[in-house]
Design a protein around this ligand. Structure first.
Ligand SMILES: [Zn+2]
Length: 258
């Protein structure tokens, strides 16, 4: 037998939330913000901190650093108390790492900024597949405008990582290893950031027509696979000149014969 739920399902689904009150309380306290900056050309999306998603903007061409991702010094997050009463609790997450006393014990807490950057992620050390964005030139600071020292350090870290990626790519190429297509952009990106020649050509070629046989070829090609001729501008020009001369000669012969 079905027992009717008093107040209906709607009532059951209603959560008792206290976050609004806490947020309102927090707004009355003046706390500094934390700013996350990025010196690389990459945008980093869906970085998680305290259960929330964040996007770190890319550094735009000609700029020294990205727009700031501003996060509060204290971030409130909801948790399900699972007490049977549909009550949602609130926990407070610090913006930056720090040592706090919890229950008489000194404990290290991981701040949201460090969570977003990945300073404490599974493989935060310098490496090909590091999960810390510090190696991509991302950093957190209390400064609204980053200092020269902070920017220098971020750039130095990005440079170190790019050198590592580049060296790995160069080694693979020199050893004649077949580097999978999916890995190539990473090595090429490192080369680009370091101002060096890319390891592989870009995969998207523009189509063009052979100036000699008019077959489909790859834009910028200097040899036609259809007519087997050199089609660099100098060769094409030389051939055109030769043809013009031959035509002139034929015309003169015809005139002489006529
Ligand atoms: Zn051709």
């Amino acid at each position: 037998m079905l027992v009717p739920v008093q107040g209906g399902v709607e009532n059951l689904q209603k959560r008792n939330r206290q976050i609004q009150m806490q947020e309102a309380g927090l707004r009355t306290v003046k706390l500094p913000s934390i700013y996350i900056f990025n010196v690389s050309r990459r945008e980093f999306r869906n970085r998680i901190g305290a259960g929330k998603n964040y996007t770190i903007p890319a550094c735009q061409p000609g700029e020294e650093y990205s727009e700031a991702l501003e996060i509060p010094n204290l971030v409130l997050s909801e948790i399900d108390l699972a007490d049977g009463g549909n009550n949602m609790g609130v926990i407070m997450n610090p913006g930056l790492n720090g040592v706090v006393e919890i229950g008489g014990e000194e404990r290290m807490v991981i701040g949201i900024a460090n969570d977003i950057i990945g300073t404490n992620s599974t493989s935060p050390a310098l490496g090909l597949y590091t999960t810390s964005l510090e190696w991509w030139g991302v950093f957190a600071t209390l400064n609204k405008t980053p200092t020269k020292a902070e920017l220098d350090q971020a750039r130095s870290k990005l440079q170190q990582r790019m050198e590592l990626v580049y060296a790995t790519g160069a080694e693979l190429v020199q050893a004649g290893k077949n580097v999978p297509m999916i890995d190539r952009p990473l090595y090429n990106e490192a080369a680009e950031i370091l101002g060096r020649k890319p390891f592989w050509g870009t995969l998207e070629h523009t189509r063009a027509q052979c100036p000699e046989c008019h077959e489909d070829i790859i834009g910028g090609a200097t040899f036609c696979k259809h007519c087997q001729q050199a089609i660099d501008p100098a060769s094409v020009a030389a051939r055109a000149k030769k043809r013009a001369k031959e035509a002139e000669k034929l015309l003169k012969e015809e005139e002489a014969a006529g």
